[in-house]
Design a protein around this ligand. Structure first.
Ligand SMILES: Cc1cc2nc3c(=O)[nH]c(=O)nc-3n(C[C@H](O)[C@H](O)[C@H](O)COP(=O)(O)OP(=O)(O)OC[C@H]3O[C@@H](n4cnc5c(N)ncnc54)[C@H](O)[C@@H]3O)c2cc1C
Length: 287
């Protein structure tokens, strides 16, 4: 298949990119192209123009600090996945990225592009949502920070407005005595998951569970976050939390899995991920 005709701009600075977006209403940003190009080739998208940000060096950034990890719009999945500095501050990022497609796609696709694409089956939106991260957006009109809870509006629909470019995403650091884990099941390695869970468990000074949250992908139109603190059993026992998850979710069937199977699977994955996150929290607390 061939894409419909489109205009093309290849700006060298962020300012030029924002001007190009403002000049062509309905234009799409081209980052890694791993989702956009297939949509164009299948003629499921027909934007009047593409604004290719691959020459904008100021967007090719990965900043790691005590507060968290800020990923620039041109940072590829692979760079973030392999960053030891990012893993030390927020290990959930790299853990989830290893489940995104195949290495060749991760070499090109971007973390911020994945968030902007807002696929409910994708890993990065669930990670941003469970961590309570943010997306920094810029347009010719100015800048704003969008919390994850307001960013994902529906399948392939984000809160980005026409003319806005997602400049970076911020993933908060893991606090002390906190552990994270990621679990998913796909039909084949590298496929989008049937269901997936990103878990974050925090312990108090007496090493009791103080907080437990899980972000889910593949089971709702947007990333779903559940607070499971009250459902946490004694450490190592997350069966009650898994039962709670099964009660709270309402997955849709599709050609790959029925609703009942997805519900069961999600509970199993949640129990595993929460147990693993709690074990890591304990290890970190005892270090
Ligand atoms: C075979 C295959 C398997 C895949 N499997 C998975 C998977 O298992 N899990 C997963 O999460 N992903 C998967 N992907 C998608 C991959 O992770 C993409 O790279 C990612 O979703 C989008 O990133 P990108 O940089 O390629 O964005 P692009 O394809 O360039 O853009 C995607 C969309 O986001 C918009 N966009 C991109 N960047 C910005 C920005 N900075 N500001 C505003 N809008 C922007 C574009 O306009 C477009 O609408 C797969 C892709 C392929 C081809």
């Amino acid at each position: 298949m061939k894409p419909p005709p489109f205009g093309y701009a290849s700006p060298g600075t962020l300012g030029e990119a924002l001007d190009a977006l403002a000049a062509a209403p309905g234009a799409k940003v081209l980052a890694g192209g791993q989702s956009l190009i297939p949509l164009l080739n299948m003629r499921l998208a027909a934007p009047p123009a593409l604004v290719d940000i691959n020459r904008v060096a100021e967007l090719d950034t990965l900043h790691v600090g005590d507060q968290g990890v800020r990923v620039g719009a041109l940072a590829r999945h692979a760079r973030v996945e392999r960053s030891a500095e990012a893993a030390a501050v927020q290990p959930l990022l790299g853990r989830a990225l290893r489940h995104v497609a195949h290495p060749v796609i991760r070499n090109r696709g971007t973390v911020v592009g994945s968030l902007a694409h807002a696929d409910p089956a994708a890993e990065m939106p669930a990670v941003l949502a469970v961590l309570g991260g943010t997306v920094e957006a810029a347009s010719a009109r100015g800048r704003r920070t969008i919390p994850a809870a307001a960013f994902f509006r529906g399948p392939l629909e984000s809160a980005l407005e026409p003319g806005e470019l997602a400049v970076s995403a911020f993933f908060p650091a893991a606090p002390p005595r906190t552990g994270t884990a990621f679990a998913e099941t796909a039909r084949r390695h590298g496929d989008y998951a049937l269901s997936g869970v990103a878990a974050v468990v925090g312990l108090d000074e007496d090493l009791r569970v103080a907080s437990a949250r899980a972000g889910f992908l593949g089971i709702a139109p947007t990333p779903l976050v559940l607070d499971l603190t009250g459902a946490a059993g004694p450490r190592g026992d997350w069966a009650a939390a898994a039962a709670h998850v099964r009660e709270r979710i309402d997955p849709e069937p599709d050609i790959h899995a029925g609703a009942a199977y997805r519900r069961h699977l999600t509970g199993v994955l949640a129990e595993r991920a929460l147990a693993s996150a709690a074990a890591e929290a304990l290890r970190r607390a005892e270090d």
